[in-house]
Design a protein around this ligand. Structure first.
Ligand SMILES: C[S@@+](CC[C@H](N)C(=O)[O-])C[C@H]1O[C@@H](n2cnc3c(N)ncnc32)[C@H](O)[C@@H]1O
Length: 222
């Protein structure tokens, strides 16, 4: 594994009532719910990078009226988390959702699924260099369909990258739908402009290197 902590244990904080992660999940799930609520009739394509156990998307699909319209893929490197997501998908009977155990940075994983109506980049941007966050936002042009929504997260605190991430999405053909006020976590949702240019996802590209925030803090990374 290329990362710097136990990402299975990381998910346990979701189960602590009132924890930052539990509160962040509520906000992320609200944005996912709104994206599904406003999706036109028919198939809704979704993809989640570094999906973990998929608690955000699967937690919404568990109870959403459009659950059977949703198809797509969750990509997660840690086999234990991917297995947990796969098991939840089975329990919920979500036959349109695939789970790939692999490196979410590789565009090849998404070629069959992009462009998606809902792109999740949650728990990634705090673990990348600023340059890779910028690069990954750029790939969202091809990952996210015109009219589709990208939901993302990033911790707040100095230096606060959230305003720059918002600018980057707008530069790349997205409109700001929502961003949290400064606080102890950041969640954003950007809608790809309906008139935005359709971009094909290039095969064989590596979008980012997942460094991990502990390693980044130790290195004093930008
Ligand atoms: C901060 S967690 C976020 C999980 C999930 N998206 C969420 O918000 O609940 C980061 C996840 O990325 C996974 N991960 C780390 N490097 C990865 C990579 N290169 N490709 C796919 N997943 C990766 C970790 O195993 C971990 O589950």
């Amino acid at each position: 594994m290329t990362t710097d902590q136990d990402w299975l244990a990381w998910h346990e904080r979701y189960d602590e009532p009132g924890s930052r992660l539990a509160r962040r999940l509520v906000v992320v799930q609200d944005r996912i719910t709104r994206a599904l609520d406003t999706a036109p009739p028919g198939q809704i394509r979704a993809l989640s990078m570094c999906a973990g156990q998929g608690r955000d998307l699967l937690g919404v699909l568990e109870r959403h009226a459009r659950r059977d319209d949703v198809t797509g893929v969750l990509v997660e490197l840690d086999a234990r988390n991917a297995d947990a997501a796969r098991q939840r998908v089975r329990e919920l009977g979500l036959s349109g959702i695939d789970v790939i155990t692999g490196d979410a940075a590789l565009t090849d994983h998404y070629l069959a699924y992009a462009p998606a109506d809902l792109v999740l980049a949650c728990g990634i941007f705090g673990n990348l260099s600023d340059a890779d966050v910028r690069r990954t936002v750029g790939f969202c042009e091809a990952l996210c369909a015109p009219g589709g929504t990208t939901v993302w997260t990033r911790h707040r605190g100095e230096p606060d990258l959230v305003p720059r991430i918002c600018d980057w999405f707008v530069q790349d053909g997205f409109e700001l739908e929502f961003v949290t006020d400064p606080g102890d976590f950041g969640v954003g949702a950007h809608r790809r402009r309906a008139d935005a240019e359709r971009r094909a996802l290039p095969p064989g590209e590596i979008m980012f290197t997942f460094i991990g925030y502990l390693t980044m803090a130790q290195r004093g990374c930008e």
